[in-house]
Each structure stands twice: as C-alpha cells, then as structure tokens.
Ligand binder design. Structure first.
Ligand code: SAJ
Length: 457
C-alpha cells in the first residue's frame, strides 16, 4: 500500500512515520523545502518523545517530497489556522492540498482528512476540489478521521486512543478503518464525515469551557478567601464532577482555536464564545495581580518562567505568554524570559539566574516539571515576589527563602487591606518622584510572609 501524507507537521509527520513503520510505503509531502531536506537527511523538524526511534523504524519506507505523487491513499494533515481578526477558520491549506491531490487522484483511491475543520467542510470544500480530478466521490473513497493526540504524548495517543472515522459512504468508512487498524490499537468508531467533524470540535470545546469554568472558580475563590486548588481537589471527589485546572490562559493550536470553528457558522454559541473570552482574559488577570504587587516600584522588571503553552513541551503556539508579555510591555514593565524547553521565541530566552537577577516579580506561566524543583536560594531578585499561576512550586520552600508567594486562585492568601498602616521597606518606592507606573491601584493583595503574618518583607 502506498500512502501520500500532505503536511509534515506535529500531526502529519508522526502519522506518516507510523504508517511507514507498519508496512506502508509513505511519501510525506510538505511545501517547506527546508522540512523536506531535513527529513531526507534524517533530521526531525521538532521534538516529540519517541519520534526519533520511530523515524529509525520507518525510514526505509519513508521519503519526503514537496509534491504529491500517485498513491493508493492520500492523507491531509495540514494546518487550519484561525484568522485572528475575523475568528473564522482559514481553510486555504486544506483547499491547496485537495487541489494538489486532485491531479493524482484515481478511481478506488482513498482520501482522508485529519485536519480539524468546521462541520460540513468535507462536503462543501474538500470533495468538490477532489472531483476536479474528473473522478466523483463514491468512485474515489473519502473519510474524515480527526486526530486526537496530545503533544508530549502524541505517539502513544495516536496508536492507543480510540479513533473516529467519518466516511462519505460505507465503502469509504470501511476502507479508512482498515488502514488505521494497521497501527491503531484503540477502538475505531464509525460515523459520517459531518458528525466526525463536529465531534472533534466538541471534544476541544468541552475542554476549553471546562478550563474557563476553572478559571472563573479561581477568581471567585480569591474573592471568597478560598484556595481553589484545594476546593477543586475536594469537588472532584464527587463521582460526577471533573473540574480542570485554572491557569494563565489556554494556548496551543487546538483548544484555543477549535471552539471558533463551531461558532463561525452559528448564532447560538454564547457559552462557547464566553468561555473563549474568559480564557483569553487570564493573561490580563495575571498582570492585574502583578500590577497590585509592583504598584509604584521604579522601573519594575518581571521574570517569566515558561513561554511554552503547556508543561514539558517546547511548543509556544498561541501561548498565553505572548499576550501577557505584550500587555506588560505596554504598561512599561521590563520582561525577561526563561524556558528550558522552548526553541524559537520572539523574546530572548535566558537561563534562570540571568532572567531573575535584579528583577521584581517572578511569574510562573508554564507547568514544566523542572520548575517544581527550582532552588529559590540561588535567585538574586530585587524584590522577592513570586506569582505561581500553575500551583506547582513548593511554596513553603520559597517563603522560607524570604519570597512572598502569590498563588493564582488561592484566595486563602488574599486578605484584603494588607497595606494599610504598614510602611513599605526603604527605597522600594521613590518618595521624591512621581510613581513611574501610574496605574489604577487594584485591590491590595496580601502575601504569604515567612512568619505567616501578612506584611511586607
Ligand atoms: N490547560 C489548563 N488547565 C487544564 C488543562 C489544560 O489551563 O486543566 C491549558 C494548557 O496549559 C494549555 C491548553 O489548556 O495552555 C491546552 O492544553 P491541553 O493539554 O489541554 O491540550 P492540547 O491543546 O495540548 O491538546 C488538545 C487535546 N484535546 C483534548 O484533550 C480534548 C488533544 O487530545 C487533541 O488532539 C489536541 O488538542 C488537538 O490537536 O486537537
């Protein structure tokens, strides 16, 4: 069996290599010559656990090209970005891939769309372009099989997770099911193309709404003086309750994007768009907390630990760090970033010591496991404020080292009016000059201090 995979990104490349490692002859196609050249020299364009070993198992049956060629199966795994201005899906890569395949498509061939798309896209956009080949759907087979793999565990999930196969007709569904069974150990569920498209969006939207609820609970808990992390743990003891974790926002190419694919053709998505708004506002909320701590500090510097969109990966797509940094710089804060996983990032990435030397507030934005074991004693900050938006630090260790720790959603540490009558330490605020960062002072925020009593350090 010969398979042509269109798009060698985070989904297309692992999928192509899995098929090749399980006996298919695979031609991987990517418009980027650099990606093709790298792969044909055994260099992988991104890091993912297990991918190098898989490449070794697959390389005899895999090659990369910039153009498709005749094959038994064509698989489309190209990006479907969101137009940030209109919040509408950009299907240009999918259209291009379908047009490129059309010139090689023959009777009996199967075309599978893995890219995430709005419901109805297969019928309205992809199949008509494939039929420009002169072969009509039914004479070629077609299915939508949305990927469900999470970055950081992509290979295990591609093989282990259950899969949805939505076929144009019965033959298409059965044919697509049989090719995935070459490496998928999970159950394969069959349906039609439109339902499969909808299911994919439901999965990611459900997660986004759940995270938005957790983020709202975090803000409510702060107002109520409650530790949301403890509360969520207790609530999740209920057999029918599963609340996810709050955080500084939702990133990645999926959960932050896909809900808009549901709303773009509908006027009935109030909850879905509200959840997007809540999650997109979390960087503002974190900056609001920073502003409260650093109100009046001269030339304040913020150290950001973690620019990847989530823990233990280097992927920064749609990361909340982008918005947080933009907002903070607009308010005049100097920014320093540290992330041991991230590769390219518009802001220089420093080591932990340089990123914190002389800074005023350390903000944990990404839940990398390595941040859990940072040694605070080694950090030379001007003012020792830490905001843990992921609840991953050993807070006692940090407060023992003289740091004031503020945990997102931990209202137990947010007692109102800590500043009244407490003189700030010397030279923290310039007495002679107007405060450098004149911003509306948010409600004062108390801090966990070494002796457990509120107060300044
Ligand atoms: N996040 C929270 N709180 C949580 C869980 C996640 O704030 O409790 C944040 C993360 O920090 C990150 C974002 O949400 O910024 C998304 O991370 P994620 O781990 O939830 O998901 P992704 O985007 O890495 O992968 C998702 C997965 N979808 C679901 O779990 C429903 C994956 O299975 C999909 O294949 C993938 O999207 C995709 O490609 O669609």
């Amino acid at each position: 069996m010969k398979i042509c995979v269109m798009g060698l990104g985070y989904i297309g490349l692992p999928t192509a290599l899995l098929f090749a490692a399980h006996g298919a002859d695979v031609v991987g196609v990517d418009v980027k010559q650099s990606v093709v050249d790298c792969l044909n020299h055994g260099i992988l364009p991104f890091r993912e656990p297990g991918l190098e070993d898989l490449y070794c198992d697959a390389k005899e049956r895999f090659c990369a090209r910039t153009e498709p060629e005749a094959a038994d199966v064509f698989l489309i795994a190209v990006p479907t970005p969101l137009d940030p201005a209109t919040k509408v899906s950009d299907l240009s890569y999918v259209k291009k891939a379908a047009e490129m395949i059309a010139s090689h498509l023959g009777r009996g061939n199967l075309v599978v769309l893995e890219s995430t798309v709005p419901p109805g896209t297969s019928e309205r956009v992809v199949i008509p372009r494939l039929e420009k080949s002169g072969v009509v759907a039914g004479d070629f087979l077609y299915a939508h099989c949305p990927e469900r793999a999470i970055p950081g565990r992509t290979l295990q999930e591609m093989a282990g997770n259950s899969r949805i196969v939505g076929g144009y007709d019965r033959d298409s569904t059965d044919r697509a099911t049989s090719i995935y069974q070459t490496f998928v150990r999970g159950q394969i569920y069959q349906t039609d193309t439109r339902t499969a498209e909808f299911v994919k969006l439901m999965e990611n939207t459900c997660r986004d709404v759940n995270i938005a609820l957790a983020n709202e609970f975090a803000q409510l808990a702060e107002e109520c003086g409650i530790n949301v992390w403890e509360a969520i743990t207790l609530a999740n003891k209920h057999p029918r309750v599963t609340i996810l974790n709050p955080g500084p926002g939702v990133g990645g190419h999926c959960i932050a994007i896909d809900p808009w694919f549901l709303t773009e053709n509908s006027t009935r998505c109030r909850m879905v768009s509200t959840a997007r708004e809540v999650n997109d506002s979390m960087p503002n909320y974190v900056l609001h907390v920073v502003r409260g701590l650093l109100a009046g500090v001269r030339n304040p510097t913020i150290s950001i630990f973690g620019v990847a969109y989530k823990g233990n990966i280097g992927d920064t797509r749609e990361s909340p760090a982008f918005k947080f940094i933009q907002l903070a710089e607009n308010e005049g804060y100097a920014i320093r970033c540290h992330d041991p996983y991230a590769g390219e990032f518009p802001h220089p990435l420093m080591d932990a010591t340089d990123a914190t030397a002389g800074s005023d507030c350390l903000v944990i934005l990404t839940d990398h496991d390595c941040f859990r074991t940072i040694e605070p004693a080694g950090l030379r900050m001007r003012t020792k404020f830490v905001i843990d938006t992921r609840n991953i630090l050993d807070h006692e260790k940090w407060t023992d080292q003289g740091f004031a720790v503020r945990v997102l959603g931990d209202g137990a540490s947010v007692q109102q009016t800590p500043l009244d009558g407490i003189a700030p330490p010397a030279n923290l605020y310039p007495t002679d000059a107007a405060r450098s960062i004149a911003s509306p002072s948010p409600p004062s925020i108390s801090l966990l201090s070494p002796n457990g009593r509120e107060g300044f350090l």
